[in-house]
Design a protein around this ligand. Structure first.
Ligand code: ME8
Length: 521
């Protein structure tokens, strides 16, 4: 099957342009980027999409508060998200904006299909709406605080009474439950699956899918008093970007249904309930999987604009380094759980796992090769058992990590790679190659060669997570760029003895505490 790579379509949520990007945005897109890079290295034809969600009342109100026309406002804020993607070294293949013409066309096409299939009707909505959540809430869902009604998320709600189109969501409960049953991996992790199942089992009302009290949205075809509900508009982005309805039929057939929608836990319901129902109703296959990750707190505190403890991804990368930040965010927390960002644990991981465990190992081994082997990749002799053990662990690493990444267990995949790094450090200590130069130079070459092979494997495997640092490591091994894909892992593509290597340089600097850190810690 040469020339026919398996497609893999992965998406981030599209972000509201009411605000500047924060750690939550950086985190979701990072997870997708790591997976997209992993899949490309593993031979897949990847389509990785991110973008901005630009319509709706929330964005409209933010623009009005600034006294700017919403289009101009969204142009400016959307650019911040594009800039973040470049800054964080994300490898997205497209960046969609919901204010683009291609998207308006896709939304209207989906709408018309739903109308033709009898899935949408005109009625009127009388009920609660939260602009902050861009969500409708039933009376029973609301909570009360200080005599005020609030959304279950704590967001303010307002009473809305206006004509509205409805999607017949209430008729989709059983078909959704059957769909979840037939596709047990559709929504992960398990805790989110349980939530979604109980929401659907609890019985669903029809969904209001249009608004008339403001104009900032995609007009409803045939009734321009209405704009589409921002979530119907937003979810459709996943179809727009692959050429729906008829812009690029080949692309659509290739990438749809999407392999993975990565989302935060707060928006699981939209992706795992409304979206598959809308799609099935339109006769379109639902996505294969929705993974809802947890939320970060900052030094134990809930992140909120009002307390001013929002974590800015630019600050993190300036302080700790880009790859260090990327590493930490996916290593620290079992993906799917909530996690806490603390300076202390960031520095611990950065110094012990990156600078010491991986950085020092590479530096020690490559320096010895540089110094003791004439700066040339050593020539191995026969392998002893200890060599075979560590080599086969390196050669088998992909088979361990792949299923973990495929189920978004990033922290476990990274842990598995670091187990090999730990083994390599113990192996260096046990084999003490520095003592072999005089007593058994041939054995020294074998030991250093085995270690260089381990470094090659670790370097290749960490490319998705830390692209720049991995490139530095692989450059120091003088591994040609076209030999860095996963198909080059294993014993068939070993390092070439005699290759000249440069004088190694440290890849992972240690974090040195400042006085300011001392006060905070
Ligand atoms: O929801 N930790 O956009 P958004 C981790 N436009 N993740 C966090 C977080 C935190 N402290 N705070 C927020 C939207 N997030 C819609 C999506 S998709 C068709 C439309 C995550 O800008 C949150 O879970 O509010 C969500 O995934 C994203 O950041 C914010 O998205």
């Amino acid at each position: 099957m040469t020339g026919h790579k398996q497609p893999y379509y992965i998406t981030t949520p599209i972000y509201y342009v009411n605000d500047k990007p924060h750690i939550g945005h950086a985190y979701t897109t990072l997870a997708c980027d790591v997976l997209a890079r992993f899949k490309r290295l593993d031979g897949f034809d990847v389509m990785f999409l991110t973008g901005t969600d630009e319509h709706g009342q929330k964005v409209d109100a933010s623009a009005a508060a600034k006294g700017i026309d919403p289009q101009l406002f969204t142009d400016q804020v959307s650019q911040n998200f594009r800039d973040l993607a470049v800054h964080m070294n994300y490898s997205n293949d497209d960046f969609i904006r919901t204010t683009e013409e291609r998207h308006k066309n896709a939304c209207q096409a989906l709408w018309k299909t739903l109308v033709e299939k009898g899935e949408i009707y005109l009625g009127s909505y009388d009920g609660w709406y939260s602009v902050r959540d861009e969500a409708f809430y039933g009376e029973k869902e609301l909570i009360e605080k200080d005599g005020q009604k609030l959304a279950p998320t704590g967001a303010p709600v307002e009473w809305v009474s206006e004509p509205s189109y409805f999607f017949k969501l209430s008729e989709w409960g059983d078909r959704l439950l059957k769909f979840y049953d037939d596709n047990p991996d559709f929504i992960a992790p398990q805790s989110r699956r349980n939530e979604v199942l109980s929401f659907v089992k609890g019985g669903m009302h029809d969904l209001s899918v249009s608004r008339t009290s403001f104009k900032w949205g995609v007009p409803v075809p045939g009734n321009e008093d209405h704009v589409m509900y921002v979530w119907v508009d937003a979810l459709t982005n996943y179809l727009t970007a692959v050429g729906y309805p008829d812009v690029d039929p080949d692309k659509l057939a290739k990438y749809w249904p999407a392999d993975l929608h990565m989302v935060g836990k707060d928006i699981a319901r939209f992706h795992a309930v409304y979206w598959p129902a809308l799609l099935m109703a339109a006769g379109i296959a639902p996505p294969k999987r929705v993974f809802a990750h947890g939320w970060w707190t900052n030094e134990g505190q809930k992140i909120s604009k009002s307390t001013g403890n929002v974590i800015d991804p630019y600050d993190l990368t300036a302080k700790y380094g880009l790859d260090q930040t990327r590493y930490f965010l996916l290593r620290e927390v079992p993906f799917g759980n909530d996690g806490d960002f603390s300076h202390r644990s960031m520095v611990n991981r950065m110094n012990s796992e990156l600078a010491n465990d991986l950085g020092n190992m590479c530096q020690r081994v490559l320096s010895m090769i540089h110094k003791n082997c004439n700066a040339m990749m050593p020539n191995p002799g026969a392998f002893i058992d200890a060599d075979q053990v560590i080599l086969s662990k390196a050669y088998g690493m992909l088979d361990v990590v792949r299923p973990l990444f495929d189920t978004q267990a990033f922290n476990k995949g990274i842990e598995a790679i670091w187990e090999l790094v730990g083994d390599a450090n113990r192996y260096v200590d046990e084999m003490a190659p520095w003592g072999l130069k005089k007593t058994d130079p041939a054995r020294m070459e074998t030991v250093l060669y085995v270690l260089a092979e381990v470094i090659r494997h670790v370097g290749i495997m960490v490319q998705p997570l830390m692209p720049q640092s991995a490139a530095k490591i692989l450059d120091q091994l003088v591994l040609p760029e076209n030999q860095r894909g996963f198909e080059h892992l294993g014993p068939d593509h070993t390092l070439t003895a005699g290759t000249e290597i440069p004088k190694p340089e440290g890849v992972f600097p240690r974090y040195v505490e400042t006085e300011d850190d001392g006060e905070k810690a």
